[in-house]
Design a protein around this ligand. Sequence first.
Ligand code: I3S
Length: 125
Amino acid sequence: KHQSAVSTFSDQEKYGVLNVTKITENGKKLRKNWTSSWAVLQGSSILFQGTGASWFGGNQSKPEFTVDLKGASVEWASKDKSSKKNVIELKTPSGTELLIQTENDNMIKEWYTALCNTIGVPSEE
Ligand code: I3S
């Protein structure tokens, strides 16, 4: 058993630059719009802060977006979700799906581990 890989919500805090795109909202498929963002994982949610006017399709009044990770799932995205490498898929119970990505192999592993710990499943397979 690898209980040490499981941490409580409050232990998780991580931030950095990630590419992100929302692919589904309320169960409805969206057009992909990859955007570079400042991501902050804290408590049981992740915040993405962008700068561009086209942030998440321009429907957001503020260039930021928070995803509640309670009950969410995290997995490595399959090849049909994106042609990019290092893509993580996040799915929330409310029907939001996000892809997050970075070219940096170590960084993406750190994010995967942190997200798994936040969601409460061990990242070791
Ligand atoms: O899943 P898709 O539709 O092939 O995603 C690609 C498109 O969103 C594309 O934009 P346009 O269709 O507006 O040209 C993006 O430029 C690509 O990056 C998307 O694919 P990847 O495989 O990079 O997630």
